[in-house]
Design a protein around this ligand. Sequence first.
Ligand SMILES: Cc1cc2nc3c(=O)[nH]c(=O)nc-3n(C[C@H](O)[C@H](O)[C@H](O)COP(=O)(O)OP(=O)(O)OC[C@H]3O[C@@H](n4cnc5c(N)ncnc54)[C@H](O)[C@@H]3O)c2cc1C
Length: 326
Amino acid sequence: MMRLPRFRYFAPRTVREAVRIKTDAGPQSAYVAGGTDLYPNMKRRQQTPQVVVGLSRIPALARIRSGSDGVSIGSAVPLSAVEGHRRLRRDYPGLVHAVEEISTPPLRNMGTLGGNLLLDTRCNYYDQNFEWRQAIQFCLKKDGNVCWVAPGSPKCLAVQSADSVPVLIALGAHALLVSPEGERDIAVEDLYRNDGIAYLTKQPEELLKEIRLPKPDGWRASYRKLRRRGAFDFPVLSVGAAVRGEGGLVAECRLVLGGVSSAPVRLSASEDILRGHPLDDESIAAAADAAAGPSRPMDNTDFSFLWRKEMTRKFVAAALEDLASG
Ligand SMILES: Cc1cc2nc3c(=O)[nH]c(=O)nc-3n(C[C@H](O)[C@H](O)[C@H](O)COP(=O)(O)OP(=O)(O)OC[C@H]3O[C@@H](n4cnc5c(N)ncnc54)[C@H](O)[C@@H]3O)c2cc1C
């Protein structure tokens, strides 16, 4: 049985108190929301914070608020509450669908939307217990010197694997971060860095307070996910797509891949192909073809990376067909 290491647990009641405790505790500390990512990682000794700052008792993080400019979702809102929220289901069905694809109902009751955005990157050589990793002399992401996926690589290639992220980026969502210096609002797209170790641009003490969705204003989104088991599994390729139509043509669009790199990948060439054209078989096929180039999966997760690259075309086409028929 894998046991948690010893740590001190704090349960602050306000955002300010949480940020202060985390900042004072320094690098050997972590926030925890639902714990469905952090605690398994701690059991495997991938992360060993001595201080853990719980966020589940902070009312300000547990609210979904609707306003004239959109909806803001507190970072500690459970995934199941996102799924069940009437306005989110009506106005952002693509996001709700992506959330429904995350793990299992019990895990979605514990796991939060904020935790999903900040999910650790994944790799076959990293998501193993301590003894397994020790037997291969660990890897670059934790305790080792070599990236076993590509031993010549100077950086870790673990993959971004959070289901909600491609759709949130496609919808133009923003994240509100709080630090001792104050608050800052950044596009969710700018939260990620293409490095399997330092995969976030967020500072360690910054707390993700809320996720802000702009008003739909004609935008519609879809999500497609490749995984081995239909019941539950992390994505090994995913597509978030969003379009805004005008007069039968695509006026604006955003296409985002997950599961193929340490950061989500924006498909700008495919977006350029769609803009100004009807969302028909011809433009969808051209946009899907252009998506294969920027999709560069590595051999570090389920399925062969060449097949995942090939499947990019089909999944981008499927995500766009969902929007064309919806
Ligand atoms: C069996 C299993 C299957 C899973 N399948 C999937 C899947 O299919 N798709 C998927 O996307 N995920 C999956 N997950 C991962 C996880 O359940 C979800 O990503 C969940 O949303 C994580 O949320 P959490 O609140 O539990 O995160 P936590 O474990 O609490 O936190 C995750 C990370 O975010 C940090 N953090 C959390 N909240 C904040 C905050 N407000 N501010 C700053 N830092 C914060 C923590 O320090 C930690 O580093 C799976 C997990 C398990 C155990």
